[in-house]
Every structure is written in C-alpha cells, then in structure tokens.
Design a protein around this ligand. Sequence first.
Ligand SMILES: Nc1ncnc2c1ncn2[C@@H]1O[C@H](COP(=O)(O)OP(=O)(O)OP(=O)(O)O)[C@@H](O)[C@H]1O
Ligand SMILES: [Mg+2]
Length: 368
Amino acid sequence: MSFIEFRNVCKMYPGAKKNTVENFNLNIEEKEFIAFVGPSGCGKSTTLRMVAGFEEITGGELYIDGKKMNDVAPRDRGIAMVFQNYALYPHMTVEKNIGYGLKNMKLPSDQIKEKVDWAIRILGLEEYRFRKPKNLSGGQRQRVALGRAIVKNQKVFLMDEPLSNLDAKLRVSMRTEISKLHRDLGATTIYVTHDQVEAMTMADRIVIMKDGVIQQVGKPMELYDHPKNQFVAGFIGSPQMNFFQVAVEENQVRFADGSFLTLPDDTLRRLGGRQGEMVLGIRGEDVKLDSQGAEQDGTERLQAVITNNEVMGNENNLYFTFGGSQAVARVSKYELRSIGDAISFVFMPSKLHFFDKNTGINYMEEQS
Ligand SMILES: Nc1ncnc2c1ncn2[C@@H]1O[C@H](COP(=O)(O)OP(=O)(O)OP(=O)(O)O)[C@@H](O)[C@H]1O
Ligand SMILES: [Mg+2]
C-alpha cells in the first residue's frame, strides 16, 4: 500500500448540484513531493483540505499510512499544514510564534525549546529570533510559518499556495528553500499551486486538475513532453504550446489559411491512420528557424513575418501569424529577429502533437 491513497475520493459541497472533486484516485509514496496544479476553482484546496480533515470527504476513501482517515479528526491525522494566508501572531516574537502550537500540545518547555532551536537553525532565522512579525520581510514571515509547521514533526506536510503572497524574486528563493527543507526532513508533501513553474521546479510528480477531475499525473518532463490531452499541453509550459486548427488529408496537414505541411512516415504511423479535422500542437522551441542546422532536411520550410518579439536575453520569443493562428518560436540570442522580418522555419516533425478537436485527447500519446 502507498503512504497516501485516494480511492475515488469525491467532494459534494452542501447545496451543490455536482461534485467539486470527482473520483480522485492517486497513490503517493512515502517522502514524495507531489504538486497539485490547475486553474482557479478546479478543486485543489478542497482536495488538500479533505486530506487535512478540514473538509468532509463525501465519497470514496482516503488512507494515510495504511489507516482509513475519512472519520479521523484533523489533529489525529499526523499532518502539518501551511496556508496561503498564514496568520502569524503579531504580538509574539519569531520563537514564540514557532513554539506556540507545541505549547498548546502541552509539550514540556525543554522539548519545545529544543524543537524551536532546531527550526530556527534549519530555516536560518537566528538573527530574527526575538523580532515580531511586523519587523520581518515577507520571506522571513513565510519561513516562520514554515517553522510552525515543521516543529510538529509530522510525516505529512500540506502546503496551499504558501508563496503566493511573495514577490517574484522571493518566490524563486523560497522555492529552493522549500525543496531543500523537503530533502532534509523527508516528509511526504502535497503542495498546491496554480503556478506551473513552481510545480515543475519543485515536485517529484505533478497532478494536473481541471473542474475537479485529474487530467494527468506524471513527472514534470513527462507532462511537458507527453501531455495526454490539449489541456495539459496548454497548461504546462510558457509561452503556451502553439495550437492550429488543421485537417489531415493523406500525408498532408492543411492549415486554415491553405498552407500545407507534409508529414513523414513515422508521424503518420503514430497518427494511426487518422484523417480529418484535428488540432496540431507544437512547442515554441520545436519551431526551428532555417538557420538552426540541417537536421530537418527534407522537411518543408514554412514562411511567416514577425509581428512581435519578446526579448529576455537568454530566452527570446518571436511571434508570428501562421496557418490562421498566432504562433511563437523560442530562439536563442543569436537568432533574434525584428518586427517585420520574414522568417523561414520548420516544425520539428518528431515533436508534433495531434489532438482530437472535440475531446482534446492527444493521439500521439494514446498508446502510453
Ligand atoms: N465551502 C464551500 N462551499 C461551496 N463551494 C465551495 C466551498 N469552498 C469552495 N467551493 C467551490 O469549490 C470549487 C473549488 O474550490 P477550491 O477552493 O478547491 O479551488 P482551488 O483549485 O483551490 O482554486 P484557487 O486556485 O482559486 O485557490 C470552487 O468552485 C469553489 O467556489
Ligand atoms: Mg485554492
């Protein structure tokens, strides 16, 4: 049995007409770091709160460490939780804030001190030990909130958007700190975020949700390279994967504006003989400008004109209109172009995705 098991877990809020979380099935191994991602309202927090015991499970079963948790009180589930709006006690110092929960648990004071000392050290808060929250930066406050959770020494760590109140730079550095903390403590962690970059950079595996339903579970690069449907393909990766309405006829792809692309045999084989209207997807880095080498020899060059460019230095996005859609190519600093420049490019044939235009299923990943 896995450390945490969701079996057909459902949530129906009182008065709702349908489940907010629908048949959620997932096995989480001990010490794993799992991220739940998905758009606002897809049920991430609801699912996490059912694990914590703050929200009733209205269907299915939840097991932690072999024990059914459905009717176990939150405090007896062996979990620690960090929320987005962690409210620190304003009148208490850092050390008092971190130790408060332990005091409530009636732990002897020497044990409290030992745990608080440990948390302060591991989170690098020594300098701030006697400060009150109002005299701390956002990142330091966030570390105090983490400290309050880690001193509880639980086997399961639940975090609900813990970094969303921080500015972009702090978020990046806290990401690293939380990953390190996870390696040091080894607590099984579920981390909720709507930020796919956070999920990609921190998690062992990612659960992508939409409308209360799991879309795909996988390692970050599995989801990136092998999205099972168009939603996952569009959600993971920035800029978003390029999508085109196309029709496949014989061995050709016809775009809305009449452009054609010939598909190599290997791609046709993977398409399994499918013909007709579908959605073609290709990531920006798989759109190769002509200058980028001869590996695509034999593949048709396509033409377009740059309509916009986003220059970031290391990653540069060239926008253009092709096949009736807006599209983007990601290029290195050596391939920068200006607005109005004509480009000639190829879609790397092995990187093409084809999605069912109604269900969004990725035909190229159906076998797996
Ligand atoms: N107590 C409640 N009663 C009724 N409906 C609720 C309740 N809490 C949440 N919901 C609804 O359930 C759905 C899922 O909410 P949830 O908070 O789980 O989403 P989320 O994925 O965490 O979104 P966000 O990224 O915005 O935090 C939403 O449509 C929300 O309005
Ligand atoms: Mg939420």
